[in-house]
Design a protein around this ligand. Structure first.
Ligand SMILES: Cc1cc2nc3c(=O)[nH]c(=O)nc-3n(C[C@H](O)[C@H](O)[C@H](O)COP(=O)(O)O)c2cc1C
Length: 190
């Protein structure tokens, strides 16, 4: 048995314990537009759906070491909108690449050679290759410790197919990705 006093961590990193035990986490691959009109794309796995009436998601975005906001938070606070692109197994290379710390004037769409597609209700572009996406408007922003908590109201959704075999969803399992497979029958489709 390993025991961890998470209030007084000594000799271990609470992040490692948390991200190994809160699993699997979905990854929000968030596309935004800067006020100057430059697209931005980055993944966040401290993410989940928190309400369904109305549909609301929550993303937790840490500040950088110098306490500056990440580009995604800055863009969302400035434009009040974003798109969450669904992460499928075949997009993992691009997801990893888009997580690197590029300056705001560089578009991760270009770095990752990903085509942009127009969203339906928001100005932020979406990843054309993503098999599903959620268009969101900022509902609420909270600062908690050194994190920006972004509550997004989902105003539009698109999906090629709800079949798991087609979506090829992945989860975040400690520092790695894992496949999500069904154990029992599929949930009812809308
Ligand atoms: C799979 C994955 C999950 C991540 N999850 C988070 C997260 O939940 N919160 C966070 O602040 N950063 C997370 N990151 C790191 C951000 O993607 C990274 O800081 C990125 O550079 C932020 O980009 P931006 O400045 O364009 O917003 C994650 C990275 C990867 C690869």
């Amino acid at each position: 048995m390993m025991l961890f006093d998470m209030e007084k961590p000594q000799g271990f990193d609470p992040y490692e314990v948390l991200t190994r035990l809160v699993v699997p986490r979905p990854t929000a691959w968030v596309s935004t537009l800067s006020p100057e009109g430059i697209p931005n794309l980055a993944p966040f796995s401290f993410y989940n759906a928190v309400c369904d009436e109305p549909p609301v998601v929550l993303i937790s975005i840490s500040k950088r070491e110098n306490h500056q906001r990440k580009d995604t938070s800055r863009n969302i606070l400035a434009t009040r909108e974003f798109v969450i692109n669904f992460v499928s197994e075949d997009l993992l290379k691009e997801v990893e690449l888009s997580s690197r710390d590029f300056p705001p004037e560089i578009s991760e769409f270009e770095v990752c050679k990903l085509q942009e597609a127009k969203a339906y209700k928001v100005e932020a572009p979406r990843v054309a290759k993503a098999r599903a996406w959620l268009e969101c408007r900022l509902l609420k922003h909270e600062e908690l410790f050194d994190y920006d908590l972004i509550f997004g109201r989902v105003v539009f959704a698109g999906v090629e197919s709800f079949e798991v075999a087609s979506l090829k969803p992945v989860g975040r399992l400690s520092g790695k990705f894992c496949r999500i497979v069904e154990i029992n029958q599929a949930p009812n489709q809308p």
